[in-house]
Write a protein that binds this ligand. Structure first.
Ligand SMILES: *Cc1c(COP(=O)(O)O)cnc(C)c1O
Length: 423
């Protein structure tokens, strides 16, 4: 599908949509409206759209709560006690993990902290954390606060990978040679699966291999990768990963997040961890005893009983992912994003450039367009017409055609208006 010869006319977009095997999934989402029509929504990297079925999934839980009260924990149609487990199989399949390796809980930054409590174990000789320069602010704050928490100083304990002069993205060999060079001082490598600003996807298998060879713990923030890339976490072998569910996974604002802990740590009872009752062995959880005994696998990192309503929405979306399959979604995503790139390149000028890598292995759905001047005003003008991307200071317009609900005609309309409006 990727060797399609794109054409610049609108007919081509219409023809692509007609032969798109996933085109009906668009009807299962609520697209925001504008002037009586549907928006061109290219913000799935920021907040995914609402599955139409979400309301019914929530209603079911409200109904069981109304009719059963506390007894719904055991007697609801989907009992709340083990409710999070309804998401385990599908989540594992989505990220290429074994069920014991994943859990849905908390929010992303909370999970990142919980993972660092267990997996960032600095010593005087090995105390550094390696991240990307310009990592998402929450990740920067989390990492720096963990470094302080252990009595170290980010000035000497944080290494930030920086693109080579004149480049926007990191080169794989640059990352690996830094790990090779400084690996014995690095306690934790923590990179995004896809960088939120540039849209660059990293070689997670290669980075993990390089890190482990030098004795580093390796974790990934998959906020922009889960539901976007075809992940194979078990095989790629990082120690942990975390992600949120409201971006590509359409779980709704503030939805419960995801967490992966590699199987080799499933019974690492001696790892330090911040514990809560929901991570305690299920068989004896309600004996309310004083000493904590962790559940096997990722489940053992849970803290609190999770939000059923929030998980209900996520189930509505995960059922769709399961049906469509991430392999097929990724194939369509590669096609849509390449088509967008093709259309923009037809009209490329000195006013804008695409900073996201060109190779499909090095990106997901998103293209980041760097605009020389008046970019934010352009972004706002398009939003005024119902064409939604998002603006990231200082100069980047991010757009992501996502395969579940975007079409080639969305991409065409965006590119047509963007190239007409750019200075
Ligand atoms: C979206 C995003 C976050 C947001 O964190 P929350 O805890 O969900 O508010 C954090 N890190 C990255 C890389 C993100 O893309």
């Amino acid at each position: 599908m990727t060797d399609v010869q794109f054409q610049s006319g609108k007919d081509f977009a219409v023809a692509m949509d007609e032969c798109d095997p996933l085109r009906d999934y668009r009807e299962r989402f609520l697209l925001p409206k504008h002037a009586g029509g549907k928006c061109v929504y290219l913000c799935g990297h920021s907040l995914g759209l609402q599955p139409k079925a979400a309301a019914a999934y929530i209603q079911q839980e409200l109904k069981d709560w109304a009719q059963l009260g506390v007894e719904a924990h055991f007697r609801a149609r989907n009992p709340w006690m083990p409710y999070h487990r309804l998401l385990t199989e599908q989540t594992a399949a989505l990220v290429g993990a074994k069920p014991v390796e994943v859990v849905v809980m908390n929010s992303l930054t909370v999970n990142l902290h919980l993972m660092m409590v267990s997996f960032y174990r600095p010593t005087p000789g090995r105390h550094k954390i390696l991240i990307e320069r310009g990592a998402f602010p929450s990740d920067q704050y989390a990492v720096k606060s963990q470094i302080h928490f252990h009595g170290f100083d980010p000035a000497t304990s944080l290494i930030e990978l920086t693109p080579l002069p004149g480049e926007s993205c990191l080169r794989d060999e640059q990352i690996e040679s830094l790990i090779e060079r400084s690996g014995d001082e690095i306690a934790l490598i923590l990179l995004g699966g896809v960088n939120y600003a540039t849209g660059q996807a990293f070689d997670m298998a290669g980075i993990t291999r390089a890190g482990h060879a030098r004795g580093c713990v390796v974790g990934f923030d998959l906020a922009h990768a889960a539901g976007n890339l075809h992940l194979r976490l078990h095989e790629w072998d990082p120690d942990f990963a975390v992600w949120c569910s409201y971006k590509y996974l359409n779980g709704g604002p503030g939805c419960v997040a995801g967490c992966f802990v590699h199987e080799r740590h499933a019974r690492s009872w001696d790892l330090p961890r911040f514990a809560g009752w929901w991570g305690h062995d299920e068989a004896s959880r309600f004996q309310m005893g004083p000493s904590f005994r962790a559940m096997t696998g990722a489940d053992g990192w849970q803290l609190s009983n999770p939000s059923i309503v929030s998980m209900a929405v996520l189930r509505a979306s995960m059922d769709i992912f399961h049906e469509a399959s991430i392999e097929r979604l990724r194939r369509k995503s590669v096609l849509l994003t390449s088509y967008l790139e093709f259309l923009l390149n037809q009209r490329i000028s000195s006013s804008f450039s695409i900073v996201t890598p060109q190779e499909k292995e090095r990106r997901g759905s998103q293209l980041s367009i760097r605009i020389l001047r008046h970019g934010q005003a352009l972004c706002e003008r398009l939003a005024g017409e119902g064409i939604l991307g998002d603006w990231r200071e200082p100069d980047t317009f991010r757009v992501a055609p996502v395969p579940l609900y975007n079409s080639s005609q969305d991409v065409f309309r965006f590119a047509e208006r963007f190239t007409a409006e750019i200075d």
